[in-house]
Design a protein around this ligand. Structure first.
Ligand code: COA
Length: 366
């Protein structure tokens, strides 16, 4: 019997600071009206000075582990999808592994930009299907505000910060990830990129003066590419899962631009009610966008056991990725049993204990 990887835990973290379109009006030559009508975005979250891709990811991971009722030391592997790692080296996943106390886990990053979470989900589920892994933590996390040029109105209004995580667990049931498709067209690398800071143009006075450490983008080209690959990849994974579009109850697309999402829906002939969006409140959080949207779809009661969901994303590379999931577990908002913090501490999982205590607003008795 084939082993499948099902999602048994989920969690998100977004910074508390909100940057609204009217805030941006006072920083740039832009308007709330332009941003809303061209992108659908009203506001986005911005990381506090001490927040990073690793810290946000750790908080999302704790939330996901709580839902899965899984101790961090039971995780075999952490895959962090990010294009804003805390450092070029070591991986952000290793920092997360240490901070959540996942003492038995391997750790690695995947950089497929905004497609990263769906790529990571495919890799994690493949390792589970192959039999070598039981529990894999898959995270999408990005601190886009650190790589945005707030003098460039063409890019800085689009992105925000955040993290989302899921726990994948091996199951013999035909549930979880049913099919995946990953794609890349590197000939479009320069359409969405950060030219400086890597091995080709290492950080120097010149790269800093030329603002080469910020995102550069050709918005129109990326837009055309996005609609095309979202359609293509969705059709592919639905076919590979042995399903038709009518069998899909919910589409969770990468939240980059409401117009891209609407155009893809139109080209797929999928009613807009079947498509989850939250781009209005978070903007494009890159690799975090799909898992944050998944968490919010669950919070809103839009995910039910037995239903089929398509996750589809596109991003720098250029890359794209899609997957079909048959949801297997009750998708209810987790209750946070504060007393479990005592259990975590008793087991030596101090970081998990503190995270739960913070989220429940309770002190752990000594
Ligand atoms: N505020 C006001 N005006 C702006 C602006 C802003 N924030 N950004 C650009 N403009 C201006 C342009 O300078 C241009 O002015 P001009 O006609 O005087 O030259 C005008 O608005 C139209 O620009 P254009 O780029 O044609 O707008 P658009 O309708 O294509 O929308 C994007 C631009 C970026 C919103 C759109 O192309 C897009 O979403 N692309 C995909 C980007 C994306 O998703 N990237 C991430 C992928 S993971």
């Amino acid at each position: 019997m084939r082993t499948h990887a099902e999602i048994v835990g989920w969690g998100k973290h977004v910074p508390s600071k909100v940057l609204t379109n009217s805030d941006l009006e006072s920083m740039l030559d832009t308007s709330d009206e332009w941003i809303k009508t061209r992108t659908g975005i009203s506001e986005r979250r911005i990381a506090a000075a001490k927040e990073t891709s690793a810290t946000m990811a750790s908080r999302a991971a704790f939330a996901a582990l709580e839902v899965a009722d899984l101790s961090p030391n039971k995780i075999d592997l952490i895959i962090a999808a990010t294009s804003t790692p805390d450092h070029l080296m070591p991986s952000t996943a290793s920092l997360i592994q240490d901070s959540i106390g996942a003492t038995n886990a391997g750790a690695m990053d995947i950089n497929a930009a905004c497609s990263g979470f769906v790529y990571a989900l495919s890799v994690g589920s493949g390792l589970i299907a192959g039999g070598s892994h039981q529990n894999v933590l898959v995270i999408g996390t990005d601190t886009m505000s650190r790589i945005l040029d707030y003098t460039d109105r063409g890019t800085s209004v689009l992105f925000g910060d955040g993290a989302g995580a899921v726990v994948l667990r091996a199951t013999e049931d035909v549930t979880g990830v049913l099919s995946s498709s990953l794609g890349s067209d590197g000939s479009g690398a320069h359409l969405l990129w950060i030219p400086g800071g890597g091995a080709r143009h290492p950080a120097s006075l010149e790269t800093v003066q030329n603002r080469m450490h910020y995102i550069k983008m050709n918005g129109n080209e990326v837009y055309r590419f996005a609609v095309n690959v979202m359609t293509k990849a969705s059709l592919q994974v639905v076919k590979d899962a042995g399903l038709t579009l009518d069998d899909i109850e919910l589409f969770i697309p990468h939240q980059a631009n409401i117009r891209i999402i609407q155009s893809a829906a139109k080209s797929l002939k999928v009613p807009i009610e079947k498509i989850f969006t939250n781009v209005e409140r978070y903007g494009n959080t890159s690799a975090a966008s799909v898992p944050i949207a998944l968490c919010e779809a669950i919070e809103q009661g839009r995910v039910k056991a037995g239903e089929h969901i398509v996750l589809v994303a596109f991003g720098a590379g250029l890359t794209w990725a899609a997957t079909v999931i048959r949801w297997g577990v009750p998708a209810v908002a987790p209750r946070l049993p504060w007393w479990k913090a005592i259990l975590h501490r008793f087991r030596g999982q101090e970081a998990a204990a503190k995270s739960l205590a913070r989220r429940t607003g309770r002190k752990i008795p000594r």
